[in-house]
Design a binder for this molecule. Sequence first.
Ligand SMILES: CC(C)(COP(=O)(O)OP(=O)(O)OC[C@H]1O[C@@H](n2cnc3c(N)ncnc32)[C@H](O)[C@@H]1OP(=O)(O)O)[C@@H](O)C(=O)NCCC(=O)NCCS
Length: 245
Amino acid sequence: MRKEVPEKVSQTEIVFQVEEIEPILSPPNMKVAPWAPMYCDLKQKDGSKKTMLIRSIEREEIPLVLPYIKRYMDVDRDLYDVVGARVYAELLALWRNRIKDEYFLIGQVDGALAGIANGRLLNEKINISLHTMAFMRGMNAGAVLYYAKCVYCFETLNQEEFWATYESYNGWKRWGIGMALPTYPYPDVQHELGGARVFYLTRKYWDASIRDYTKQLAGTELLPDPSPELLARNKQLIIPDDILV
Ligand SMILES: CC(C)(COP(=O)(O)OP(=O)(O)OC[C@H]1O[C@@H](n2cnc3c(N)ncnc32)[C@H](O)[C@@H]1OP(=O)(O)O)[C@@H](O)C(=O)NCCC(=O)NCCS
C-alpha cells in the first residue's frame, strides 16, 4: 500500500537486511524443559517384546526424516495422506524456524524409526497436540508416543490442558475414545488442524485417570532414565526402507 507522506523526509527509501526481518517472521521460542528420553516395552502380536526409546529428534536428523514422511503423502488410505502432508509441513517448519514452540518426538526400536509424535506449546498453560504416526504397526507404538506428549504436557511442563483433534478413525479410536476425552463446544472452539473439534485433557482428568492409559491400553509403562546402553543403541537413527501401512 502507498500513502502520501505527511512531511519532508531525508531518506525516501529505507532498506532492511533480511536478518533484521527474520526475528519478526520467525517466532521466538519459550524457555522450557526439553523432553527427557523415556522408554517402554511393546508387545508384538506374536508375544515377543520390543523396547522403544522415545527421544526428541536432533536437528541434523530432520533432513533424513523429511523424505520418509513425504512418502506417506501418496498413501490414499486411512488418512495417511493428510497426516503425512501435515507432519511433513510441521517438520519442515521446525527446520526452517516457521513454527512456534514445536516439539517433535521420535520412537526408535534398535535405532529404527518406529513412529513420531509432535505438538506445540500455545502458551505456558496449553499444549497443542499435532500428530502421531506409527511406522511399525500392531504393537501400540503410536498409542504410547501420543501418551508421551501428555506426559510432557502434565509431568514435565506442568501445563493445564492438552488439546487434540483427530483426522483419522484410528486416531479417534485410540485416543478420543481410548482416553474418553470430552470436547469443547463446536464450532465456538476450533483446533488449529483444519478447524476441527478440540478434544481436551485437563490436569484433573490426567491425575484421576489418564496417567494409567498406557498400562490399560498397551499393557506397558513409559519409564524414565533409559540405560546408557539403550541410548547408545538408538543414537544412530535408521530410516526404514519401506513405508508400512
Ligand atoms: C493412529 C496410529 C498412530 C495408531 O498407532 P498404534 O497405536 O501403533 O496402532 P496401530 O496402527 O499399530 O494399530 C491400530 C489398530 O489398527 C489395526 N491395524 C490396521 N492396520 C494395521 C496394519 N497394517 N498392521 C497392524 N495393525 C493394523 C491394529 O490391529 C489396531 O487395532 P486395535 O485397535 O484393535 O488394536 C497409527 O494407526 C497411524 O500411524 N495411523 C496413520 C496416521 C494417523 O492416523 N495418525 C493419527 C492422526 S489423528
